[in-house]
Write a protein that binds this ligand. Sequence first.
Ligand code: NAD
Ligand code: ZN
Length: 357
Amino acid sequence: MKFRNFKMVDYVVYGRGSFNQLDEILQPQRNNDAPIVFLVDHYFQGKDLVNRVPVRGNDKIIFADVTYEPKTTYVDSIADQLKDEFGMVSGIVGIGGGSTMDLAKAVSLMMNNPGSSADYQGWDLVKHPGIYKAGIPTLSGTGAEVSRTTVLTGPTRKLGMNSDFTPFNQIVLDPELTRNAPVNQRFYTGMDCYIHCIESLTGTYLNEFSKAYGEKALELCRKVFLEKESWDDECDDMLMMASYAGGMSIAYSQVGVAHAVSYGLSYLLGTKHGIGNCIVMNHIEEYYPEGVAEFKRMVEKNGIDIPQGICKGLSEEQFDTMINVALGMKPLWENALGQDWEKIMTREKLRELYGKL
Ligand code: NAD
Ligand code: ZN
């Protein structure tokens, strides 16, 4: 198909306190005795939010360990555990940052598809719809709430399960849930959104659909990270919508240099997505001169530390591994640099860039 036929989230609810409506939203999804499983970011263990989760009957709360970004083995183990315990469940609700939302999407798919989630890393490999799934972000920025992918680290690669079955059936956007996020984490995840905008808006894949969302998301990021005197509720409101719009923008275009290079860091060193993107963004003014200058102003205004020297002491073999991972992300480079990207982004150039990080 020449034009992408973009599968979107089925239902969206937005607003402060909308989390309280979850019980009502889930009610029609309950099939007889099959429970709803709430996958909750382990940060909330022992916190008030857990008491507000609308647990009924034999529903179950599982705390998602997101110390590391989601792995295919973790997805498989949760899905197997649920199949053993319940046979079938009515739905999965992911409550947390991008990692927890991605886990919920992947577990939903693996409840109905045979084998391992690693078999489905790639594009349009998922054969059957998953079970009902809802996503509720507690951090804003990744756009995972709207995307058609769930990024997983498998035995051989870090790659999403990209498919029309991947988007959530329901998302609940309640900015109140992001209120207590630590300043650094909030910034790193927020910058994921800012970087999505810069990469989308300067990319060769840009079109009016992506631009409409990207420009709005960028405007909101600027308000939140540059114009506001200090953080308040309105910032949480705006950043949640920025994340949504930024996700919609890249859904119909692509990301670029920061993401491609950051994937290499993540694969070799386990660097997390948000902070990894920031580490790279700090050094790529050659590709995004205005975006990087503005990013640096945001870092300074918000008093954030961006780690330096994380590639110090790595062997040439390790640099090669990162370069291979980064160069494997062909659509990202083509979006960023055009069809002749291979002439521009050589192994030597990438080696030099990784050496600076
Ligand atoms: P995260 O989900 O990895 O969470 C980061 C940390 O913040 C964790 O320690 C978590 O426990 C904690 N946390 C979450 N909510 C909190 C809150 N309200 N208060 C305090 N702490 C909180 O971070 P993220 O940046 O949201 O997500 C990154 C992940 O998203 C990566 O795994 C990345 O691959 C994925 N991602 C997916 C997509 C997609 O389209 N599917 C897009 C971008 C990124
Ligand atoms: Zn991203």
